[in-house]
Ligand binder design. Structure first.
Ligand code: NDP
Length: 484
């Protein structure tokens, strides 16, 4: 059985304990590799390497860092097919999705921040000629980067790229559920002789390896669940280190009667079920204006029926496997609770047994639930699977209230052809990201992140570069010379 290795100081190394965790493929439910069960000693070794590397990398020129990052991006592109295949098998997502979204975004993340650092600037504050304040933005030190399983290498590189572009070094941990592409990424770094110690990857459980990384790091960037975010926030609070938290969501899709009907249905289906509904931005609460509620549900159901759940490697597969057996059971249990509360399943609601080589995989039918209240647990708690509720609303005022009735505040989509209404509603709902007549249209420069329990801080463009740098003001007094 293949053993995944940690990547520390430019070398692929085994965990100190010699212990491993089974790595299952959700595609067929079988263990196909072993993940290091790393502990404190592995994390300490990674930080030692990262601290040493920081003394050079942190002092290097922006151009030097840019050139290395572009080299790494090129090397990722060279391995695009292998990476996409591995991501699909490790996570269960359709291969076409890994090929068109996940893996291209890994190299795009590196290219974007490699270039952004060349354009990064800072302010000066002139005191009427008597002094000049200028702001320096030095790197912080060693960044701890922790990412979840839904977009494994995509999100890991989304953190590593701005951290190293700004001059930090990194100790990163992918989710132990989806470690494989981070391992391939380590091999790519090694192959191109990426400066040793700048990127270190330690595999293992969150509450052991992850917790040690959070304790050791000078700055922490985390994407994952809200409950984990609370634990991390309380750990970093003791040392006041900078921390960025991108957490869960319970995102509304709001459809007004004056929308472009066909486009809205099509986009709402995509927002519900892409990546098996396992994207933090997926719209899992669909609110439809009463006058078009029935035709909308009919068309939404028709389109959902056409979705193919199946072997992720097949071109016509719309939904692959959900990430793990445990996650599948959690999704099913949330559906059962919704039913117990009076929810009506109009399609799906069950796991699927597919035949052949994928017969033991974790497949789930896309599920639509009607007849729920916006206050029900199914409309409050994140399901993070191919499950949506649809509810009618009567007025703008009412739907704003329904949208905001959640502890989360990550993303929302509004469908309407009334420009003023679009603005009004976007302004009134408490979500960090609002799309109008679209979903998941991403510009890497925008402030990305959630309000309330969906997170703390913003990522993207200069927001990420600001986060991964200190802000230091230097005040230079200017002596008057009356002879000039
Ligand atoms: P988790 O919070 O369970 O895990 C995220 C990462 O944190 C994993 O690498 C995990 O390791 C690690 N971890 C767990 N406990 C600790 C700890 N005590 N200290 C340090 N690290 C720890 O999230 P999931 O992996 O289940 O991902 C799904 C969640 O991520 C959803 O809630 C989703 O909404 C959210 N998400 C948010 C996004 C955003 O941008 N806002 C984007 C994508 C997902 P391990 O898995 O090995 O235990």
């Amino acid at each position: 059985m293949e053993k995944i290795a940690n990547y520390i100081n430019g070398k692929l190394v085994n965990p100190n304990s010699g212990q491993y965790i089974d790595n299952f493929s959700p595609v067929n439910g079988r263990v196909y590799s072993l993940t290091p069960n790393s502990g404190k000693r592995d994390v300490v070794a990674a930080f030692k390497a990262a601290k040493k590397a920081f003394s050079l990398w942190g002092q290097s020129t922006k151009q030097y860092r840019h050139d290395w990052m572009i080299k790494l991006a090129d090397a990722i592109d060279d391995c695009e097919k292998e990476l996409a295949k591995a991501e699909s098998f490790d996570n269960g997502k359709p291969l076409w999705l890994a090929k068109t979204v996940d893996i291209p975004r890994c190299s795009a993340n590196l290219r974007f921040f490699a270039t952004a650092i060349l354009h990064f600037d800072s302010k000066t504050h002139d005191m009427d000629g008597s002094a000049l304040n200028y702001t320096l933005r030095p790197p912080i030190g060693v960044a701890g980067c922790i990412s979840p399983w839904n977009l494994p290498l995509y999100l890991l590189t989304w953190k590593i790229a701005p951290a190293i572009a700004a001059g930090n070094t990194v100790v990163a941990k992918p989710s132990e559920i989806t470690p494989y592409t981070a391992f391939l990424f380590s091999k790519i770094c090694q192959k191109i002789n990426f400066p040793k110690g700048v990127i270190n990857i330690v595999h293992g459980h969150g509450d052991t390896a992850g917790h040690e990384i959070v304790k050791e790091a000078d700055v922490v960037s985390f994407t994952g669940g809200t409950e984990t975010g609370k634990i991390i926030a309380s750990t970093v609070a003791k040392s006041f280190k900078k921390c960025s938290l991108e957490l869960g969501g319970k995102n509304p899709t709001v459809v007004f009667a004056d929308c472009d009907f066909d486009m809205s249905v099509k986009t709402a289906v995509k927002a519900s079920f892409l990546n098996q509904g396992q994207i933090c931005l997926c719209g899992s609460r669909i609110f439809v204006e009463k006058s078009i509620y029935k035709p909308f549900v009919k068309e939404f159901l028709k389109k959902t029926k056409k979705l193919t759940v199946g072997d992720p490697s097949k071109k016509n597969t719309d939904l692959g496997a959900v990430v793990s057996k445990q996650h599948l059971q959690q999704i099913l249990s949330k559906i059962k609770d919704a039913k117990d509360n009076g929810g009506k399943i109009i399609i799906g609601g069950k796991a699927l047994s597919l035949g052949g080589r994928i017969s033991s995989g974790y497949y789930m039918a896309p599920t639509i639930i009607e007849n729920t209240q916006y206050t029900d647990p199914i409309n409050q708690e994140e399901v993070f699977g191919p499950v949506v509720t649809i509810m009618p609303f009567n007025s703008e005022l009412e739907v704003v209230k329904m949208c905001n009735h959640t502890n989360y505040g990550l993303a929302a989509s509004i469908f309407t052809n009334n420009l003023s209404r679009a603005h009004r509603v976007a302004a009134k709902i408490h979500f960090g990201l609002v799309w109008i007549n679209t979903w998941l249209l991403r510009d890497l420069r925008i402030p990305f992140g959630g309000m309330r329990q969906s997170g703390l801080g913003r990522e993207g463009g200069y927001h990420s570069l600001n986060f991964f740098t200190e802000t230091k003001n230097v005040c230079l007094k200017i002596e008057n010379n009356n002879n000039i």
